[in-house]
Design a protein around this ligand. Structure first.
Ligand code: GLY
Length: 341
């Protein structure tokens, strides 16, 4: 079992990786309400059945203010008050919605997460940013507030759909590329075991990823500077995700490869290093080729919420294990996207 702490101005999170949930659930003190993904409740009914639950519908199309409002109404019916502990249970979608609801209902109640997907355990449940989409644009509305705990029970991952599990690996390898060369090498050597969910490898991978994310967030919770590196692969990735019916990690993987190619064009990454990025994606079973419509990507990037004035900021790799952020004016962006695609 691994335990770590993330402390910022908006709270302290205890992150636990590897421990079986059943013993932890018994320790919940304040009588909690679980805000739980509908599929997770069906799959793990026995575990969560003793608690009061409010159901979060599955699927990105439900990550909206309408869903949030429906949840508020159910909480009123359950007579939740300012001291009620809200526990978000599920993948990134459920914890994002639950964290937003808990941060705004009665101007904020205590909350924590039980993260049930790889993507959630290594990324989405950690960092305090929680919110919903608006008109299909991701995470346009949200709050920053740290949950008091994030529990990552690795045994829950065994029931995940294989494609969803692999999608989570995209965020794992991102940490190697942006911040930790030796972790990247570890992943190159252990990808087979990671795909087979070898427990020792999985525990190392989830706890290292969580540690890297927590370290970055702790230094820059409000994304003034350092935290921007976590967006590696996401700027183009979100634009791809918006017009292709693929999973988040698949889009981010492709976004990382295009960002690596852009890094090469900018003289920051060698051709063999770009190959290494591509090989890593392929070894994980993530797509490294896609038919993309450059015009659609350009239009989506224009509206990306990270656009500052007329520039779009890209996180590039400056060698493997390091990043550099470069602004690109919209006027340059169009031809650049065409070149990359
Ligand atoms: N909730 C994800 C993050 O804060 O990055």
């Amino acid at each position: 079992m691994h335990q770590l702490q993330l402390s910022t101005s908006t709270g302290t999170t205890e992150i636990v990786v590897g421990e079986l949930l059943s013993s932890r659930l018994q320790q919940l003190e304040l009588e909690p309400i679980l805000l739980i993904d509908e599929n997770v409740l069906v799959q793990h009914h026995d575990l969560f059945e003793p608690f009061r639950t409010v159901i979060i519908p599955s699927g990105e199309s439900h990550k909206t203010l309408q869903t949030v409002e429906a949840l508020y109404r159910e909480l009123v019916t359950l007579e939740a008050d300012r001291s009620t502990l809200m526990v978000g249970v599920g993948g990134g979608l459920a914890t994002d919605i639950a964290g937003f609801v808990a941060s705004t209902f009665l101007r904020g109640t205590p909350f924590g997460f039980i993260s049930t997907t790889l993507l959630g355990q290594v990324d989405a449940s950690i960092g305090g940013k929680n919110g919903v989409n608006l008109e299909g644009y991701k995470n346009m509305l949200g709050t920053i507030r740290q949950p008091s705990f994030v529990w990552c029970d690795l045994s829950l991952l065994s029931t995940l759909d294989k494609r969803e599990y692999v999608s989570g690996i995209a965020e794992v390898i991102k940490y190697g590329f942006i911040r930790d060369f030796s972790f990247m090498e570890y992943l190159e050597e252990h990808m087979d075991q990671l795909l087979k969910q070898n427990l020792g490898v999985l525990e190392h991978v989830v706890s290292t990823s969580a540690t890297i994310k927590a370290d970055v967030v702790q230094q820059d919770e409000k994304e003034a500077d350092l935290r921007k590196m976590l967006n590696f692969g996401h700027t183009i990735g979100h634009a791809i995700e918006r017009h292709k019916a693929i999973l988040h990690g698949e889009a981010v993987g492709m976004g990382m490869l295009l960002a690596a190619r852009l890094s090469h064009l900018q003289g920051l990454l060698s051709a063999p290093e770009v190959d290494r990025v591509e090989q890593m994606l392929l070894s994980a079973g993530l797509p490294a080729q896609m038919k993309l419509d450059p015009e659609e990507i350009y239009q989506n990037l224009r509206k990306d919420k990270k656009k500052r004035g007329e520039d779009v900021h890209f996180v590039l790799l400056k060698g493997l294990g390091n990043t550099s952020i470069r602004p690109f004016p919209l006027t340059e962006l169009k031809s650049m996207i065409h070149d990359l695609c």
